[in-house]
Design a protein around this ligand. Structure first.
Ligand SMILES: CC(C)(COP(=O)(O)OP(=O)(O)OC[C@H]1O[C@@H](n2cnc3c(N)ncnc32)[C@H](O)[C@@H]1OP(=O)(O)O)[C@@H](O)C(=O)NCCC(=O)NCCS
Length: 155
């Protein structure tokens, strides 16, 4: 399923949020951001950008990113559940990799919570686990400890 990938436009904002909400509804059965952590300033000033993946004029996927020194950090990759496993996540990541290469960056990076089952997906997308730590800024829905993996894809 070939999609068009472009920077989010004002007219896409609501549709992009709806895709994020639908995609992250699955993840929210595992964890929620800790309210204290959401409220706290990060102390970082990276500019956040967003892309959308569009199929037949419908926003079907979205991803945020920040250029953090020599790497592109990926935030909140989301594909609408009715289009999961159609290759849209891969196209968004490949698009970011191509863009980052063009900017002279050395890698893509992201954090993901292991209990969501996402690590194997990102391994398929050419990422490797760099480190694992208890996810202190997240609240577990089931009360179990959550582990956050930091993953990188070399360019
Ligand atoms: C993670 C997510 C974006 C993947 O998007 P997607 O469009 O379904 O992914 P793709 O179809 O491009 O698949 C990418 C690869 O992962 C594999 N994969 C995707 N979903 C999988 C699953 N549930 N189980 C196992 N493998 C999976 C695919 O087979 C593919 O590998 P391959 O090309 O070698 O066969 C999507 O599942 C999603 O929106 N999840 C909810 C939000 C989320 O967890 N985001 C990540 C936060 S860190």
């Amino acid at each position: 399923m070939e999609v068009i990938i472009r920077d989010v436009a004002e007219r896409d904002q609501a549709a992009a949020r709806a895709v994020q909400d639908a995609a992250f509804a699955l993840v929210r059965t595992v964890y929620r951001p800790c309210p204290k952590a959401v409220a706290a300033p990060t102390g970082k000033n990276y500019v956040r950008h967003r892309l959308v993946a569009v199929f037949c004029e419908e926003v079907v996927g979205t991803v945020g990113y920040e250029v953090q020194v020599d790497r592109l950090h990926v935030i909140g990759l989301a594909v609408h559940p009715k289009y999961h496993r159609c290759g849209i996540g891969r196209q968004l990541m490949d698009h970011l990799a191509e863009f980052a290469r063009g900017q002279g960056l050395r890698s893509l990076s992201l954090y993901t919570v292991e209990e969501t089952g996402n690590v194997p997906i990102f391994l398929r997308l050419s990422f490797a686990v760099v480190s694992r730590n208890p996810a202190e800024d997240l609240e577990s829905v089931m009360g179990n400890e959550l582990m956050e993996a930091f993953m990188m894809r070399a360019l």
